[in-house]
Design a protein around this ligand. Structure first.
Ligand code: GDP
Ligand code: IMO
Ligand code: MG
Length: 423
């Protein structure tokens, strides 16, 4: 069998959690391959909303295994809290959640370093989620990191102390940055104890064996393509490869083992944190989208920046990921618009571009829009795509034509059931 992949094509928060949950009954294993608690994936069913950060979004479905892959970074404190939130729902995470021994650990000092670095950057800050993601991946590539497998070693505490000492040395360079490490270390060590009670595996072996045995695997992306460390709007990105290639390195599966690549995007566009956003609407239209879409971060509660759909960015994301099908999310958020705008090109320095240039951080970008007629009715009660208004179908056909990839799922509300399949 092959590994199917579901990942974000924009700047994150596209609705990955919802669609992974919807697709989970078709799979045996759901595996996260990158990112960490910077992610906030929302699932809604039976009137309850759940937000997952590090745990894969298949966790609420019985008979499905969930794997936290080697490419993920884990904060033991936040991980423990996430597990505790599952208890009232009788989720058997002790048997259905497996953690790669090669996943890296976020130390309390990684979070401090993230905060110190952001403060020092002032107005140029990345707008990070302050979860210690950047510093942890820096230690991974710098070959200093601690991994889940290390927590079973008799000299784990020594390794921990050695890395913390290094971090404390670095923190000294951030003048005036104050912290109380002892306060953070107690809960962290408790979290480590909890991790020790979970099943730690060599996930690359586990997954490859499962594929050979005919098991179906869905890889769940975090963040989005435009936040990818290599292909996103650098330096305003996260620190991992969020694209399809990240599945191979983050789970230990070969490129030849990749099956379907489901790219997911909103019927408009959002971004949280700093960095360029060509179609951003810093006006009452953007406000209306934020209000209708309840565009506030699932992890940090920050207001998300809102704008129209951006075809040059989407085409770029589809190319990098090799997306084979698309899911269009939050279509219902546009119910109240007479006209929907779509950015087809950018004008940068007088030049018309239909692709994403090297660096748009300091450029003046003027998006070129095409206007599409809105459907102007309530989509949230729809149960079949066949019954969708003509204008919505026209919008889907228009996007499919421009993007060259079929839109197989149209989402019309946050609930599991508010999902239309376009065959
Ligand atoms: P993720 O990070 O990609 O999993 O997305 P988030 O959970 O951060 O953000 C998506 C938000 O939109 C969540 O609050 C979802 O419950 C909600 N959502 C998902 N799909 C839809 C949809 O089709 N319509 C509406 N109105 N909300 C949706
Ligand atoms: P999900 O998986 C949206 C953004 C942050 C910041 C930048 C770097 O829910 O889609 P980091 O903490 O990773 O160093 O922050 O990336 N960011 C996200 N934005 N959704 C996410 O995850 C994000 N994870 C990180 O806001 O701009
Ligand atoms: Mg999110």
């Amino acid at each position: 069998m092959k590994v199917d992949v579901l990942l974000g094509l924009q700047w994150g928060d596209e609705g990955k959690g919802k669609i992974v949950d919807v697709l989970t009954p078709e799979y045996d294993i759901i595996a996260r391959f990158q990112g960490g608690p910077n992610a906030g994936h929302t699932l809604e069913f039976e009137g309850i909303k759940h937000v997952l950060n590090t745990i894969p979004s298949g966790i609420f479905r019985e008979n499905v295994l969930n794997i936290v892959g080697n490419g993920v970074v884990i904060d033991p404190v936040l991980f423990q809290k996430e597990l505790e939130k599952l208890i009232p729902f009788n989720v058997d995470y002790k048997n259905r959640l497996l953690i790669s021994k090669k996943a890296h650990l976020i130390l309390p000092t990684h979070r401090l370093l993230d905060a110190a670095s952001e403060t020092a950057k002032g107005k140029d800050k990345i707008g990070s989620t302050l979860k210690g993601i950047g510093p942890t991946y820096m230690d991974k590539t710098g070959r200093n990191g601690l991994r889940v497998g290390d927590i079973f070693s008799p000299n784990f505490k020594e390794k921990y102390d050695c890395l913390v000492e290094k971090h404390v040395g670095i923190l000294k360079h951030y003048e005036g940055f104050e912290y109380n490490l002892e306060e953070l270390e107690g809960p962290w060590m408790e979290g480590i104890e909890t991790l020790r009670g979970l099943i730690a595996i060599d996930s690359e072996h586990y997954l490859n064996k499962a594929l050979k045995e005919g098991k179906k695997v869905l890889a769940e992306g975090a963040q989005g393509t435009m936040l990818d460390i290599d292909f996103g709007t650098y330096p305003f990105v996260t620190s991992s490869n969020t694209v399809t290639a990240g599945t191979c390195t983050g789970l230990g599966v070969a490129p030849t083992a990749i099956g379907k690549v489901i790219g997911i995007f909103k019927a408009y566009c959002t971004r949280v944190g700093s960095g360029p956003f060509p179609t951003e609407l810093d006006n009452e239209v953007g406000e209306l989208i934020r209000k209708e879409g309840n565009e506030f971060g699932a992890t940090t509660g920050r207001a998300r920046r809102c704008g129209w759909v951006d075809l040059p960015a989407l085409k770029y994301a589809i190319m990098i990921n090799g997306a084979t099908e698309l899911s269009m999310m939050k279509s219902d958020v546009l119910d109240c618009f007479d006209t929907i705008r779509v950015c087809t090109h950018y004008i940068i320095n007088g030049e018309k571009l239909d692709y994403f240039p090297f660096d748009i951080t300091d450029s003046e970008i003027t998006p070129v829009y095409e206007d599409i007629k809105g459907w102007n009715c309530d989509l949230t009660k729809l149960t079949s795509y066949a019954d969708a208004p003509k204008e919505l179908k026209d919008y889907v056909i228009y996007l499919e034509d421009k993007l060259g990839v079929p839109i197989t799922v149209v989402s019309v509300g946050p609930d599991r059931k508010q999902t239309l399949v376009n065959n």
